[in-house]
Design a protein. Sequence first.
Lengths: 548, 310
Amino acid sequence: MKRLKHPKFFSFAMLGVVAVALAGCSQQSSSNTPRNKTVAVSSKDVISTMDSSLNTDQIGSQNLNNTMEGLYRYRGKQLKPAMATSIAQPTNNGTVYNINLRHAKWSNGDPVTAHDFVYAWRRIVDPKTGSQYSYIYSGIKNADAIVAGKKKPDTLGIKALGDHQLQITLEHPIPYFNTLVTGSQFLPINQRSIKKAGNTYGISSKEMAFNGPYKLVNWKVGDTEWTEVKNHSYWNAHHVQPKAIKYYTIKDPNTGLNLYDTNQMDRYQDISGDSARQLSNRHDFGTDLTSSTFYIEMNQKKLPYFKNAKLRQAISLTINRDELSNNVLGKTGTASHSIVPRDMTHHKTTGTDFVKEPSALADQQYTSYNPKKATKLWQEGLQETGQKELNLTMTTDDTDTAKKQAEYLQNSFEKNLPGLKVTISSVPFKTRIQRQSTHDFDLIVAAWNADYPDPTNFMDLFTTGNPQNDGQWSNKEYDHYVKAAETTDINNPELRWKDMLQAQHIITKEQGVIPLYQVTSASLTKSNVHNFKITPTGLYDMASVIKN
Amino acid sequence: MTRYILKRIFYLFLTLLIIASITFFMMKALPGTPYTNQAKLSPEQIATLNQKYGFNKPLWVQYFMYLGNLLHGDLGTSFQFNNQPVTQLIGNHVGPSVQLGLQAMILGTILGIILGSIAAIKKHSWIDALTTIVSILGLSIPSFVLAILLQWFFGFKIQLLPVALWHGFSSSILPTLALTALPLASIARYMRTEMVDVLSSDYIELARAKGDDSSEVILKHAIRNSLIPIITVIGPMAVQIMTGSMVVESIFSIPGIGNQFVQSILTNDYPTIMGLTLFYSFLMVVVILITDIMYGVIDPRIRLGKGGKA
């Protein structure tokens, strides 16, 4: 490790190897690397709010993750204790978590206590707060009733047993509870700062106190650039190498590239499909898998012939997903064969990726490009449903990439599915969502981003009667397995895993929804900056970033 | 004159009321909700939130509540930026847009007047041809093309000026130049046409016959008389440019107001849409009022109060 002091003896490739090695032992590395560096990166938009109860977007979550610390923190894909001293194991049949908190400080000098958690958690479920994410507390004792206004916020299943001891009570076991609470909705809030700021909490950094690796300074909402300096009150500050993180809001790809190429930015990230296609051959180009899946839903309520599995399977088989990802999406997406994202959930003991289990791999036959079989199934399906010619409208977003993708799909469908005519309707995001929820579409390209890294977060969507089941595909067997994974088998990890695999098999075989691609985040990164590790919920752990 | 102005101010508020009303109902017809996490909310959750914000009330009740708040100067708080009062949102972003707009207008107007005048005086010369070319280019090249070219050349290629971002005056040069093209081109064109007209009029002939030397004639009579139609164009153009160009602002990553407006419409941020529409409309009607008053200053023949009686 000491040789890192002389990077000139290393090739870039070797530096890369060292950086990977450093990930495992950051303690040694941080004392050897310079500590006066500012890492400048791009952000695709401004921060809307720093109030963790009100935040709804990924940018807010990223900056909250940089500046605040909850019970646990993801270091890449590894869940590590943060404010909690260890990863808690539940008692009482998986419904009670006793968590010890470490003695840490807020940036304003206050101690971080169990009361800060209790306060923040009660605040988000309080209907008066108007949080758009309160539903994520569902399963914590009384959360649903409080959100619906039927119980008082102080009945929520969280109690401070002392200044540094929390007790959380659930209504039913939540097997992924420890990963769920890494979300920004579960962060503590410093009560002194929120009392000072009142209604304006989270719209400027002035009144805020931070307990995370960095603290936001001189920021007010809407700023197009902002700085987060190292927080010396942070309990693990010793392991944070950069002096500061600087964000620039970049909306135009040329601007991002020019700033990056004139060395004003160390990393240009969230590059959109069109630009990524042009940049993907550069040596400093990279992609990270996020936990978002795009898929096509077919409206079975409006068009009952879509209850015929052959028609759905046929559509899926016409799509060459690899070609779509590489040529149309410019590597900002990678082929999806399941609605569940890859590299999000792994088997507890074997470590196998959920979507790479043997049953999932075998099911790829339903999503692998096979135009001949598609034509055959389509014709059979038409005959079985008594249809001859179908005129369908496909609703998509109106971004450049979404439009190109729609044209690609239109072409694939019409070429291989005789009698099908597809009209594209590209609409703004809000309109697309509206059409989804009012079931006002024939075919729609929709997406889901993981709230927590568990397959049920995706599988729940397509159970019968779920409000997000826009196409209203319905399968009793599927419902049964998803339900079993969430109730009867919830405390048995092996059975639960099998239930979820069964559910995945059914929806893939049936093509209840047609998976298209998993979103990857494309970026350009300078060779002297390392360790941008993406978490299962698509955030970067900026505390681990190293700049030489 | 005072009565005229008071009357105009009354109409100004009436115009604003009509604009506010039309915008309110059009905005409510937009599909979707203002909730940024709408995609993940169930119908029950949306109903609970609608109740909190009063969106479950009949539209006319919401309308009168809105007008009531407006009378107290309360534009509400933004949905995109939770808890941020709309007045503050506009205040925080309007500075850079107005600065760029003013710089571009001043530069464009001065250059446009100079170029247009010279073109008219030296009619059919090379400079006249150049003015025509500049006008056509300025009007036909979209500002974002110019912005990208300027950014690439001055920011990236020769690295003389900042590529983007908002750090002091030097950051404002390239976006100002990108925004200058349009006012420069249209003012030069108007100026040339007017000036050619004025130069061939009787009173210029008379002035010349009286023995005024050429430069005096041009400065004292020709330019002044050619300015009247220019003033009509400058006002609304200034408002348009000052209220922010979304494209130029996003290319140069400027924390201006242009982008906010588009964002607020795309996200159904009702209070921000209303706030910004009213703000734009207010600027526009005020500028039109000022333009009318300015006419009188420049041309005594259309001095307002008397005009009505004559």
